[in-house]
Write a protein of this length. Structure first.
Length: 75
């Protein structure tokens, strides 16, 4: 197995972990807190934005990798 395989596997595992962490963090915040309390609390808004950005960017990069894998190797 080449070094390129391990680099690709490592990046894919971290992208999947980021997507799971981000999406589960958002769902956890939404399920455990009423929406009005969540948007009125500064910590709730900040953590929701962090989890949303992490989850959406990781999911977008996984989809981008699946659509055009040869372009992500050159980056």
């Amino acid at each position: 197995m080449t070094k390129n395989f391990w680099v690709k596997l490592d990046s894919l595992l971290f992208r999947i972990a980021g997507a799971v962490l981000g999406l589960s963090g958002c769902m956890g915040l939404l399920l455990n807190n009423p929406f009005k309390v969540l948007i009125s609390n500064a910590y709730g808004v900040v953590f929701f934005l962090i989890f949303a950005i992490l989850g959406s960017y990781s999911t977008f990069s996984i989809i981008k990798e699946l659509i055009a894998p040869e372009q992500s190797l050159s980056e």
